[in-house]
Design a protein around this ligand. Sequence first.
Ligand SMILES: [Zn+2]
Ligand SMILES: [Zn+2]
Length: 156
Amino acid sequence: MSSRNIVYIREFDKFDDNGDIICRNTGCENLIKSPFRRYCSKECSKQFEKWYYHNFYWDRVRSDIFKRDNYTCQICRKKYPYTYRRKFARSRGLECDHIIPRSLYKKLGYRFDSLENKIKTITEFLHNHDNLRTLCKECHKKVTKEYLRSNVNASE
Ligand SMILES: [Zn+2]
Ligand SMILES: [Zn+2]
């Protein structure tokens, strides 16, 4: 799983039969309207960007998880200091862990071969808040080590 699997916002660009750009927002088929270059209106732009960043933009997703977990490691319960850079919470001591490891996406039947499948993989699995938790660096390391060890044993 690498960064090439991220869904870029431009992948949501839509065109009508004449090849003219229509509004990017889901379900909207209006032609774009100036000053917007990919939307018909401020509402559509706000709505779509909110949906996009909360689901597909990792810095946003991670920040949401840190906030939900009150900047506290979900294993050792230690709380860490954090700062906001631009609009996103960051912390030197904390990381965002995938409870079911990312590398299992294929085994779970998720695919990255079309936009529809990418959206499904990301919203249902990779960036699904239920599969994410805040861990401190040390606990994250331990969990990853244990997982790798049990995985080696399981495959032999
Ligand atoms: Zn629109
Ligand atoms: Zn911890």
